[in-house]
Design a protein around this ligand. Structure first.
Ligand SMILES: [Fe+2]
Ligand SMILES: [Fe+2]
Length: 195
């Protein structure tokens, strides 16, 4: 049986992974005809990767799921410490990336390499983070948490408010933003005009 809370985590990972892959494709492709649209799509992608996990995804893991898993299985304590550290530094890393992108856009080609390198490292870091969660933490949770703990967790996930907007997830604003980005991104990454 799949628990609702795990289904939500996996679904959010899938959305994030899809966005990170599209981000890398955009960076590898580089700007062509419509440079303004190219940078605007990249900015929107980074905004999504900054906003969505910070507001919606990490709090569920760090505040709700992780403490229960560590409590049930000390074997994952070290891994959870690392994942919590990743959550804490993820925001600074993506803000830095947003700055490096602006530097490339506003100051020109000499700043392109710094952005590309940082972007590659960031995507790798993020994919690895999600992989540890899916391959180690979620199976461990499935193995050890009791039916009562799952009930509490599923309930907490369902009422996990976004502290800034007060809305309940899934927040359709992020789904709209996701769709908008793919509408604007050049094919084959999205379905937009050649940028
Ligand atoms: Fe995480
Ligand atoms: Fe996660």
């Amino acid at each position: 049986m799949t628990h609702e809370s795990l289904r939500i985590i996996r679904e959010e990972h899938a959305a994030l992974a899809a966005m990170l892959r599209s981000l890398m494709l955009m960076v590898e492709r580089g700007p062509k005809k419509d440079v303004d649209n190219y940078f605007s799509v990249l900015r929107a992608m980074l905004f999504y990767v900054d906003e969505f996990p910070e507001r919606l995804h990490h709090p569920k893991e760090t505040e709700l799921l992780f403490p229960k898993v560590v409590n049930a299985s000390h074997a994952v304590a070290e891994a959870v410490q690392r994942l919590d550290r990743d959550h804490a530094r993820g925001e600074a890393a993506v803000r830095e990336l947003q700055h490096l992108l602006l530097a490339w856009e506003l100051l020109g080609e000499t700043r392109r390499g710094a952005f590309e390198g940082a972007c590659l490292r960031f995507v790798k870091f993020y994919m690895e983070h999600m992989h540890i969660e899916e391959s180690l933490i979620l199976p461990e949770a499935e193995r050890w948490l009791s039916a009562e703990e799952w009930r509490l967790l599923d309930e907490a996930f369902a009422s996990n408010r976004d502290p800034l907007t007060g809305k309940y997830p899934p927040d359709p604003a992020y789904e709209r933003l996701f769709a908008h980005i793919l509408l604007k991104a050049p094919a084959p990454i999205g379905v937009g005009e050649d940028a």
